[in-house]
Design a protein around this ligand. Structure first.
Ligand code: ZN
Length: 201
């Protein structure tokens, strides 16, 4: 471990920042220094925003989204399509779909994907709650928006089996050529999936 270059308070700040995704010790040090230099303009408002987040942010008991209200803004929005539930592994995926305005449906956050190797089983996910929601007579379609990884697809198959008797249509995202993508650069898996899932022009 590198020798401390600053007092324990600053070292603690650096250590905490280094735990953030995408920040290693070096960039954490840079971020800490930046915060200290921008004490009034950045550090104080950041500390305030963190405190508000600690006080107010909660997990939606219906869908697993995080918000400052429970049920969350999406679940309580009457303009949302109540017939469609988009299933995601993580809140980050929900945010990505919202940024893209990809759907006007409701969401269900599983919390993770099934991963036998990492010891993540069905009981660790909010699958029971999803099955219960699928039995709501208003719900007609469950869209599985899960990663195109082995774990993501294992989870999709597992959920599809459980939803059989709910009488809802279960769909999943298409796998294929990314928008702006060039065929020559795609891996074989993506290319063959895109060919299998071709659509009528
Ligand atoms: Zn919600």
């Amino acid at each position: 471990m590198a020798a401390a270059v600053a007092g324990p308070e600053i070292e603690r700040l650096i250590q905490l920042l280094a735990r953030l995704p995408g920040l290693g010790p070096r960039s954490a040090r840079r971020a800490a220094l930046h915060l200290i230099k921008k004490r009034e303009a950045l550090m104080t408002p950041l500390a305030g925003a963190l405190q508000v987040a600690i006080d107010k942010i909660q997990v939606c008991s219906n869908c697993g989204n995080i918000d400052t209200q429970n049920p969350c803004t999406i679940c309580t929005d009457a303009r949302r399509e109540q017939s469609m539930i988009v299933v995601v592994a993580d809140v980050a995926d929900l945010w990505a779909l919202e940024r893209a305005h990809a759907t006007n449906g409701l969401y269900h956050v599983l919390g993770a994907t099934l991963s036998p190797l990492d010891g993540v089983g069905p009981q660790d996910l909010t699958i029971d709650a999803l099955v219960a929601r699928a039995h709501d007579p208003r719900v007609t379609e469950i869209i599985l928006a899960l990663n195109a990884t082995v774990d993501g697809q294992t989870t999709a198959h597992y959920i599809t089996d459980l939803l059989q008797e709910a009488g809802v249509k279960v769909t999943r995202l298409a796998h294929g050529v990314p928008v702006g993508g060039e065929l020559d650069y795609l891996d074989e898996g993506t290319l063959s999936a895109a060919m299998r899932q071709r659509t009528l022009f």
